[in-house]
Design a protein around this ligand. Structure first.
Ligand SMILES: Nc1nc2c(ncn2[C@@H]2O[C@H](COP(=O)(O)OP(=O)(O)OP(=O)(O)O)[C@@H](O)[C@H]2O)c(=O)[nH]1
Ligand SMILES: [Mg+2]
Length: 226
């Protein structure tokens, strides 16, 4: 595994302050279709992945606010693009938050009706392809399963659209440490030649609060002006 913790990050920046502001985040809006998207404003970080992989749980763990993003044992919980921002900014053009999180509907939810799946998939793909303020997509992969065919299809799409993404393993509390290290190395190797993949696989557990600072550093690095 490469070391995301080594990414240089300005710990005096507003982004870092927001990422460390436990509990001080709010829901802005849920977007059921592209025409409801908020105007482009703060740099956005999106969380994508198969249904039930733990996207909403990871956002709650990162922001330190349980229940900010709705989670559920039943796949297909998140049905819109949900936008979250740190508190303390009016949202006026001269007072935009330093970043926003976007929680996405999951893909690969076989039991949902086809039209529903098609609608979500279209929304997710349209957003991912077309948003200029989107700084990075974290593609979440269940540590028990690794990259599956539908994950690889999403990575293909991101590569084609040249949208920067990084892999995050979730639910690492469910497997043993040697298996985590093995999967992280294997996943890093599988994605190494993908053109839009940012190097480094981040191993997390929302349940145990593992890997959150590594992820915060990766986010701060992605958002930092260059
Ligand atoms: N053991 C363990 N369970 C987790 C972890 N993160 C999430 N879960 C569980 O996995 C299930 C799905 O979590 P969600 O966060 O709702 O997953 P999601 O990716 O947002 O799912 P959709 O919105 O349906 O796409 C819930 O039952 C969570 O409690 C984790 O780190 N460890
Ligand atoms: Mg969700």
């Amino acid at each position: 595994m490469t070391e995301p913790a080594e990414l240089p990050v300005d710990e005096t920046s507003p982004v870092w302050a927001a990422l460390k502001a436990t509990g001080a985040w709010s829901f802005v809006r849920g977007v059921p279709a592209m025409r409801h998207l908020p105007p482009e404003g703060p740099p956005e970080i999106a969380f994508a992945g198969r249904s039930n992989v733990g996207k909403s749980s990871l956002i709650n763990a990162l922001t330190g606010k349980n229940g900010l993003a709705r989670t559920s044992n039943t796949p297909g919980r998140t049905q819109e693009l949900n936008f979250f921002v740190p508190d303390g900014f009016s949202g006026a053009l001269d007072d935009l938050p330093p970043l926003a999180f976007v929680d996405m509907p999951g893909y690969g939810f076989a039991k949902a009706p086809k039209e529903t799946v098609d609608r979500w998939t279209e929304l997710v793909f349209d957003y991912l392809r077309g948003r200029t303020t989107l700084k990075r997509v974290f593609v979440l992969i269940d540590a028990r399963h690794g990259i599956k065919t539908n994950d690889a299809e999403v990575l293909d799409l991101l590569d084609r659209a040249a949208v920067s993404y990084q892999i995050v393993l979730t639910k690492t509390d469910k497997i043993k440490p040697p298996a985590i290290a093995r999967l992280a190395a294997e996943t890093a190797q599988k994605t190494a030649r993908r053109p839009a993949a940012f190097p480094g696989v981040i191993a997390t557990s929302a349940d145990k609060g593992k890997g959150l600072d590594d992820l915060r550093r990766a986010i701060a690095f992605a958002v930092a002006p260059r």
